[in-house]
Design a protein around this ligand. Structure first.
Ligand SMILES: C[S@@+](CC[C@H](N)C(=O)[O-])C[C@H]1O[C@@H](n2cnc3c(N)ncnc32)[C@H](O)[C@@H]1O
Length: 422
């Protein structure tokens, strides 16, 4: 018998995998995925079925591209540029908060509430409906979808969309112009798509320091990232024996509003943690720290391009920091530690470790490549493989001894343990 063609094989795989997932959902009384409000942000599956889900999505991705053919696939890529326009409208006009929960609303009335040109806003909302961001229960009306409910109910999701649409996406439109204007090495953090599109000569984080609202929005986005699958603090907490440090000092450099530090002290109450970040971020962190917050966390404004003020700490921790900076800047950041380091001090780098090309399913490889392009657009930096991390650390100073690299389970993040051996 002739084997089935690729598209039938893929469809068969999808059927098999989705049947496995549905059986689990039914057995555990979990509702089937839907676009209705109240749907969980992510299917609650055990690790084995996460794998099945990955295989289903991978097959679906390939099937979609094959069925569209090169013409349809190319058109899809080009259309993606406009998908963010309606999402941006949802953000800018705060559409989710203007839709009543549990009822629909005439699309014209919603457009009027947005104070925009009715016809234009209606068309943007109609595009959002086509992209599952809103539901159209009857002609001329819209209602909340699962996604818009999330945006209405959790302010950090709204901030994430704002950061994506107003900080990152505009920078992406100028990446190639930046690359043409400033070709070759060394990559500098103020020669990026962000610099061209905002007509500024300072790196992105300095732009944020001059704009507290944007800094707050970015900090909330970072808070949300900690909740994303694979980026939760728990993985980094398990990958290193923090308890063995006993009563030690850990400096969380660029620790944002202290979310990781809070998780770290919850599990290891003997640790004293100093969270350092830029002044606006530390100010926000202070307002987040309520009386239930741990007293063994100290918040301190500190620019990591200046000498490290905490002398002789046991651990200097960088979580998702160095991937924001090109090599030269990473070298400067690491060297600022040196005068404060005692022999045997640890520098822990918890950051994305790019897997070897071709080892991930195509759709997951695309996600991590998008992340890499975002680094290019905003910072002139990149996501690095563990070999690239090892070279970077060694070049910063040969007395930094890379002791181990642990890939965190079900996560793009790794944990690099570096010992200072003068
Ligand atoms: C990608 S976020 C990571 C935040 C946090 N470590 C986490 O895992 O969520 C990068 C952080 O670096 C901080 N940052 C950027 N430039 C800095 C500088 N020069 N000195 C100190 N912190 C800085 C930012 O404010 C931001 O909080």
């Amino acid at each position: 018998m002739t084997p089935p063609g690729r598209i039938v094989q893929l469809a068969t795989d999808i059927l098999e995998h989705t049947t496995g997932i549905q059986t689990y959902l039914d057995a555990h009384g979990i509702p089937s995925p839907s676009f209705e409000p109240g749907t969980l942000p992510k299917l609650p599956l055990p690790p084995a079925l996460e794998d099945t889900l990955g295989q289903a999505l991978s097959a679906l991705d390939e099937l979609n591209a094959l069925l569209l053919g090169p013409l349809g696939w190319l058109k899809t890529q080009i259309d993606h540029a406009y998908d963010l326009v309606s999402l941006h409208a949802m953000y800018r006009f705060d559409v989710p908060s203007k839709i009543p929960l549990g009822a629909d609303i005439p699309i014209g009335e919603l457009a009027r509430k947005c104070n925009g040109d009715n016809n234009l806003v209606e068309r943007l909302l109609q595009h959002a409906v086509s992209n599952y961001l809103l539901i159209q229960p009857r002609p001329g009306y819209v209602a909340h979808s699962s996604t818009s409910t999330l945006l209405a109910q959790e302010p950090a999701f709204k901030d994430w969309v704002g950061t994506a649409c107003e900080d990152m996406w505009p920078a992406g439109t100028k990446v190639i112009d930046a690359l043409t204007k400033w070709p070759g090495a060394p990559a500098l953090p103020h020669q990026t798509g962000h610099n061209l599109v905002e007509n500024t000569a300072v790196p992105f984080f300095q732009t944020l320091e001059g704009d507290p609202d944007r800094a707050r929005r970015f900090a909330n986005t970072m808070w949300l990232m900690q909740k994303m699958p694979g980026f939760e603090p728990s993985a980094a907490l398990d990958a290193f024996d923090w308890a063995a440090l006993g009563e030690s000092t850990v400096v969380d450099i660029g620790g944002s509003t202290g979310d990781f530090a809070r998780e770290l002290t919850k599990k290891n109450p003997k640790l004293h943690i100093v969270v350092q970040d830029l002044p606006n971020v530390i100010e926000k962190a202070r307002s987040n720290f309520t009386r239930d917050s741990s007293s063994n966390i100290t918040l301190k404004a500190h620019d990591f391009f200046t000498p490290q003020p905490v002398q002789g700490a046991d651990v200097y921790f960088f979580r998702m920091i160095l991937h924001d900076w090109p090599e030269e800047s990473c070298t400067q950041i690491l060297r600022q530690l040196i005068p404060s380091l005692k022999p045997g001090a640890r520098v822990l780098v918890n950051d994305i470790c790019m897997p070897p090309v071709g080892t991930l399913p195509r759709y997951q490889e695309r996600q991590i490549r998008c992340q890499d392009i975002a680094m290019m657009a905003m910072f002139n930096s990149q996501e690095r493989s563990s070999a690239q991390w090892a070279r970077l650390i060694e070049r910063a100073d040969p007395r930094f001894h890379l002791q181990s690299v642990v890939q965190l389970p079900s996560s793009p993040l790794g944990l690099l343990q570096v010992i200072w051996m003068p």
